[in-house]
Design a protein around this ligand. Sequence first.
Ligand code: UDP
Ligand code: MG
Length: 315
Amino acid sequence: MTDKKIISIIVPIYNEEDNIPLLYNNLTSTLKNIGYNYEIIFINDGSTDKSSVILEEISHNDQQIRYLEFSRNFGKESATSAGLHIMRGNSAIIIDADLQHPIELIPDFIQKWEMGAEMVIGIRNKNVGESLIKKIGSSAFYTLINLMGDTKITPQATDFRLIDRKVIDEFNKFTERQRITRGILDWMGFKKDYIQFDANIRNAGKAKYGFLKKLKLTASSFVTHSMIPLKLAGYLGIFITFFSVLLGIFIIIEKYILNDPLGLKFSGIAILAVFILFLMGILLICLGLIALYIGNIQIEVTNRPLYVIKKSKNI
Ligand code: UDP
Ligand code: MG
């Protein structure tokens, strides 16, 4: 018994009261039959429904369940990070609570890991019931981030993944706060393997990541994984300056030296106004971009803990 490897299952939970019982049953029945020891770590990310009552009861009755409850909603990225911090297994599998990630694939993930992969990443084939906007949004996101970012991120790669202990030990040294867990994991390298899966429809409840929340995550992942927006402001500035100098020289020569042979009749004030407006716009764009980075620096420098634990059982 004791020399069996341990698999840690990490599940972030935010208002999933209707999914937890089924999730728990499916997870335990799958895990009981795979010939490994296991622990299931539920991280309650500040749920406001009955999730905490249900989870406390489950963890009270079942010693293989470990339970963490955050004092408020810190987001899925912090929840999965907390799970990775406390896991005790030889590898961890992160899985969503809404049963969108097929639990029956867990043995396949473990098999690839046993064959030497240090990270096994679930690749989503299609998301049944996903809106067009979401589809377009996610394909635009991956195109852009791969174009601009320092990290290559596989399109359709999900958080549904198995991670080897040694990767996790390294991951746990990361202190950055504006984190996209899978962004960091992809950045880290290691030997990867992939498993394709069809995402199920969310079992019960609503998706927690609305448009705004996704947009924020996207913006911060650009800032944390790429320096190009910052450089872009500089390139744009150089281009604009160059262009306006050329245009200025053209106007001076055309109007004042050659006495308007083309009959363009530039009025001085009009030219000035257009230029000032144009340059102001550019200036504001640059400021906006710089503000994004400064905002990020600010958060990193503050060095607040990633999450605050309110309660824990079997830890
Ligand atoms: N989740 C979380 N904290 C949040 C939002 C979501 O822990 O602030 C959990 C949620 O309970 C689920 C997983 O993250 O287990 C994925 O969330 P969701 O299904 O809403 O996202 P989507 O499927 O749209 O990516
Ligand atoms: Mg979901």
